[in-house]
Design a protein around this ligand. Structure first.
Ligand SMILES: [Zn+2]
Length: 188
């Protein structure tokens, strides 16, 4: 057991062969990552890893809030983002994780043709809630500190490092395009 370890969103926790992912985690391509900031709890008997929020009473996101989420699906004009926490309270998971929709026109101040040129499934994103209605949250990543804050290489799952407006894999050298936040990997 390692109760003292604190993970941050996007942090690699182990492979799915080692652990099943519980609360506060998400799985991608056979790996388990933290989706929130919190204490890493490993149950070796059940072979399960969880990230436990540091405090209780979960926050409720509202219009204007900046949130952190994981890209779940990328379509032609919309990315679906599983909202995990408020940006100002990364250690507290939302009571119910909610899906937000990011339309291609809300990605950037600049014209973006296809949303898949700017986001990939599994990216950790900081976005602002534009419209918050029951069952419909619209997000925006316009603004320099909004966009992808952590991402893995689509070819080898290596860490992507920021190089100008692009991201480069530290493992295989693959260069990928994203809507990169100015705080990419800075506050994680
Ligand atoms: Zn790579």
């Amino acid at each position: 057991m390692n109760d003292e370890k604190i993970a941050t969103p996007g942090e690699f926790l182990g492979t799915s062969e080692e652990y099943g992912g519980g609360n506060g985690t998400f799985e991608r391509n056979g790996n388990v990552y933290a989706s929130i900031t919190g204490k890493v709890k490993i149950d070796s008997e059940e072979r399960k890893v969880e990230v436990e929020p540091v405090t209780s009473s979960p926050p409720i996101p509202e219009t204007g809030d900046e949130v952190i989420g994981v890209v779940e699906n990328v379509k032609d004009s919309i990315a679906l983002i599983d909202i995990k926490s408020l940006a100002k309270e990364k250690e507290r998971e939302l009571a119910v994780s909610e899906m937000g929709a990011l339309h291609v026109s809300e990605v950037s101040e600049d014209y973006v043709e296809k949303i898949k040129d700017k986001f990939n499934v599994g990216d950790i994103v900081q976005a602002k809630i534009k419209v918050d209605e029951p069952n419909s949250i619209d997000l925006s990543t316009k603004g320099s500190q909004l966009g992808v804050i952590s991402a893995s290489c689509s070819k080898c799952l290596g860490k992507l490092k920021k190089e100008g407006n692009k991201l480069k894999c530290t493992n295989c050298g693959n260069v990928e395009s994203r809507k990169v936040s100015s705080i990419y990997e800075k506050e994680l």
